[in-house]
Structures are given as structure tokens and as C-alpha cells.
Design a protein around this ligand. Structure first.
Ligand SMILES: C[S@@+](CC[C@H](N)C(=O)[O-])C[C@H]1O[C@@H](n2cnc3c(N)ncnc32)[C@H](O)[C@@H]1O
Length: 263
């Protein structure tokens, strides 16, 4: 049988079928994702994102962190390791659906599959994609009702596209930026760009980001950035995905605005 082209939807589908047949193998061997991840560019879905966030989420929200705010709020036994579990804990109602934004959604498979999962779990949700590529695919998702809002940001003065110029216009419960503009922006702008997004979080809201290591990390190491978040009422933690092989992204950042802090 002819091998489908790299990056094609068919190739991604085959990889996902392989993973579905042996999920524990792949979760134990995240380095496999490194070999496979270039194929997911613009195609990755809820399951693929979870491979990257599972371990960081367990540490951030689970028993290993020892001081998780949610353990405090929800009781000592609370351990979360999937995106769905974490989002399901955020209070919401049909009148106040979860406000979720994805920056750099590719063709929108993740935001589409996340939305479906939340609705299946009776979590009311409103999704927004901030995108500069794959606009026709994202518009189709919107027309079919699988995406609630699409923003294609442009700088009024420069006429350039990009999330660097986008400022969220309402408080958000969750922000995803997986190899999105936080990765692609100029290194000098990354920290401000991160903070800008984080400031849109509601109390208890969470940002899930994935990117390749900051090139300016030597100038400002991760612990310093974590501390500047802490001073501003956030819990933030970087995770390095060292699994031997090349992983895209190699760095995960989780940020939560403290549930009792004021925006
Ligand atoms: C490699 S794809 C990642 C897609 C998806 N998040 C994933 O992980 O499979 C990069 C995404 O970032 C978006 N992107 C890159 N630079 C951007 C910018 N400056 N502003 C907004 N989006 C940007 C691209 O349009 C694309 O959707």
C-alpha cells in the first residue's frame, strides 16, 4: 500500500490508529511522539495534546505538587491528569459556559475534539480560535457549529497578521497555545506575550502552552519567569519533555490564576 504523504490527514489518521491500538506503549514512550510529532502539525487532536500535558498536569494538580490550590479547594484527594478532568472542575453553567481560547489552532482538530468531549460530558462551552493560517478549514468548522468564534487578528498600524497584536476581549477559563504564536513570536516578545494571555485568565483559569525552549532562556531562566508569575497572583510551572528523542514541543508551561486572586 502506498505510504501517505508526510503531514497529510491520512498519515496522521494512521499514526493515531497505531496509538489507539497500544495507548500505554505510547504513553510510556513519549519519545515516539517526538519522532511522530512533525506529522501532527496542524492536525493534532485532543488525544495527541493529552500525551504532552498528562504528566505535567499530574504534577501541577496532583498529589506530587503537595500544595495544589485545587487540592485545597476540592479536597486532598483531587488528582487530575487529563485536560478534560481539569476543565471539568471549573465552575460553569449554560448561562456562563466555559470560555476557551486556542491560539494557533492549526486546522482546528484539537479545539473541535475538545469541544465535543466537553459537550458529551455536559460541560457548557464557548470556543474561540485565534488563527492566521488554515482560515477556510476553520471557517467551515464554524459554519458546522463545531467552533463558536474565529478571530483573524491584524495589527491596524502595521497591517501584519498575528496573535502578537491580539488582546482577548473578555476573561477566559482556559487558553491553549500549542506551538502557536507563543512559539512563533520573536523571542524578545515571548514573555510579554505569555503574560498578556495569562492576564486574560479568570480566577482559577488555566493556560496550557507548548513550545520549543525559549532561545532567551539564558537571559531569563524559567524559575525567574515562574517567580514573576507568582508575584502577579499566578501559579506557573515549566516542564521539560526530555525523552531521548526529539519532541515537538519540548517545553510545556502550565499557568493558573490563583482561584482567590483578583484579575
Ligand atoms: C505548527 S502549527 C500548530 C498547530 C496545532 N496547535 C498543533 O499543535 O497541532 C502552528 C500554528 O500557529 C499559528 N501561528 C503561528 N504564528 C502565529 C502568529 N504570529 N499568530 C497567530 N498564530 C500563529 C499557525 O497559524 C498554526 O495554526
Amino acid at each position: 500500500m502506498k505510504k501517505p504523504l508526510r503531514h497529510s490527514a491520512e498519515r496522521v489518521k494512521r499514526i493515531e490508529q497505531k496509538i489507539a491500538k497500544a495507548p500505554s506503549f505510547f504513553s510510556r514512550h513519549l519519545n515516539q511522539l517526538g519522532l511522530l510529532s512533525p506529522d501532527w502539525n496542524a492536525h493534532r487532536d485532543y488525544v495527541s495534546y493529552n500525551h504532552f500535558f498528562r504528566k505535567p498536569l499530574r504534577i501541577f494538580f496532583g498529589s506530587q505538587s503537595g500544595s495544589s490550590w485545587w487540592q485545597h479547594v476540592r479536597g486532598k484527594g483531587f488528582v487530575a491528569s487529563t485536560i478534560l478532568e481539569v476543565l471539568s472542575m471549573i465552575p460553569c453553567s449554560p448561562k456562563k459556559p466555559l470560555e476557551i481560547l486556542e491560539d494557533g489552532p492549526g486546522k482546528g482538530r484539537f479545539i473541535q475534539t475538545l469541544r465535543r468531549k466537553l459537550i458529551e460530558n455536559r460541560v457548557p462551552v464557548k470556543t474561540t480560535a485565534v488563527a492566521i493560517h488554515h482560515i477556510p478549514e476553520l471557517e467551515r468548522l464554524k459554519e458546522s457549529g463545531e467552533l463558536d468564534a474565529l478571530v483573524v487578528p491584524k495589527s491596524a498600524s502595521l497591517g501584519l497578521p498575528g496573535a502578537e497584536f491580539f488582546v482577548p476581549d473578555r476573561p477566559l477559563d482556559a487558553i491553549f497555545s500549542m506551538f502557536g504564536s507563543i512559539h512563533y513570536t520573536l523571542p524578545e516578545l515571548r514573555k510579554d506575550h505569555l503574560l498578556k494571555y495569562a492576564h486574560a485568565l479568570k480566577p482559577g483559569g488555566i493556560m496550557f502552552a507548548g513550545f520549543d525552549t525559549f532561545t532567551d532562556v539564558k537571559k531569563e531562566p524559567f524559575p525567574d519567569i515562574e517567580r514573576s508569575f507568582a508575584k502577579q497572583g499566578f501559579k506557573a510551572k515549566f516542564f521539560n519533555l526530555h525523552f531521548g528523542g526529539r519532541v515537538f514541543p519540548d517545553t510545556i508551561l502550565l499557568v493558573q490564576r490563583l482561584p482567590h486572586s483578583r484579575p
